[in-house]
Design a protein around this ligand. Structure first.
Ligand SMILES: [Zn+2]
Length: 244
C-alpha cells in the first residue's frame, strides 16, 4: 500500500510538472515571430547586416526612450539596422552624474556612444501615457514596496516638483501626467549635461541634444524648441522653413 501511494505521488508530481510550462515551451512561443523576422525583415536588410558585421556599426544618433512597449525608437524614426544606438529606461530617465555613485548601466552606455562611436546627436524621447511618470505621483502602497524602482524614479523627481507647482492638486491625472512627461524630457537633457564628456562635446558644437515627445494615440512626435521653450510638431515642412 505504501509503495502504491509513493508511486501515485511520483506520478502526480510528474503530471503537474508536465503541465507547467518550461523555458523551452515559452521559448517556442517566440519562434513564430523570429521566423517572420528571418523570412521578411532580415531578408530585406541582409546585405546591410553583412556589411555592418564587416565594417562595424557607425550610428550617428543615440536615442534614449522609455522601455514602454508602445514606443519603438526604430519605428518612429524609420531607422534601419546600424543607424540608431538605443538606450531604453523606465520613464526615459537619465541619471545625473554622481561621480563614483553614478548609475553605471545607463551612463556607461552614453559614454561609449560619445567616446567610441562618436555620435553627433542624442534624442531623449518622452511619451504620452507613461507608466513611470504616473508612478511618480502614485500613493499605492504596493508601488512603495518596489524599492529598486523607487530609487530609479528619483530621476523624475524634479519634473514631479515642477508639475505640482503648475497644476492644481485636483487636476485630472491625465493632464498632470502630460505636463510632467513634457517637463521631464527637459530635465533629462539637463542630466545629460551633468556628464563632462557630454558637456564638452556640446560646447564644442560636435554634439546636439534633442527633446522629443511621442504621442502614442496620434503617432505624432513633437520636439522641444529651446528658442520658444515649446514643443513643436516635428514636421518636414517646419524643418524646410527653418532651413530657408
Ligand atoms: Zn514611459
Amino acid at each position: 500500500m505504501k509503495r502504491l501511494l509513493w508511486l501515485l505521488s511520483i506520478l502526480t508530481t510528474t503530471l503537474i510538472a508536465q503541465e507547467e510550462p518550461t523555458t523551452v515551451d515559452r521559448s517556442l512561443e517566440f519562434a513564430k515571430g523570429h521566423e517572420t523576422f528571418r523570412n521578411v525583415s532580415f531578408k530585406l536588410h541582409e546585405e546591410e547586416y553583412v556589411r555592418l558585421v564587416k565594417e562595424g556599426q557607425t550610428p550617428k544618433t543615440l536615442m534614449i526612450s522609455c522601455s514602454d512597449s508602445r514606443v519603438i525608437p526604430e519605428l518612429i524614426s524609420s531607422s534601419n539596422p546600424g543607424q540608431l544606438f538605443v538606450i531604453r529606461t523606465a520613464g526615459n530617465f537619465v541619471p545625473k552624474n554622481e561621480g563614483d555613485k553614478t548609475d553605471d548601466g545607463v551612463s556607461a552606455t552614453i559614454q561609449y556612444a560619445i567616446a567610441v562611436l562618436n555620435i553627433t546627436d542624442i534624442i531623449v524621447c518622452g511619451h504620452s501615457n507613461c507608466g513611470a511618470v504616473d508612478g511618480l505621483f502614485s500613493t499605492d502602497p504596493k508601488l512603495a514596496k518596489l524599492t529598486v524602482l523607487g530609487r530609479w524614479l528619483r530621476w523624475g523627481e524634479e519634473a514631479k516638483k515642477f508639475t505640482l507647482l503648475t497644476v492644481k492638486a485636483t487636476a485630472a491625472p491625465d493632464k498632470r501626467n502630460r505636463i510632467a512627461e513634457h517637463v521631464s524630457v527637459i530635465y533629462q537633457l539637463e542630466h545629460l549635461l551633468s556628464f563632462p564628456f557630454v558637456k564638452q562635446r556640446v560646447d564644442e558644437g560636435k554634439l546636439f541634444l534633442h527633446g522629443w515627445y511621442f504621442d502614442i494615440a496620434s503617432g505624432q512626435v513633437n520636439y522641444y524648441d529651446p528658442r520658444t521653450y515649446k514643443f513643436e510638431p516635428l514636421l518636414l515642412s517646419r524643418a524646410a522653413g527653418i532651413a530657408e
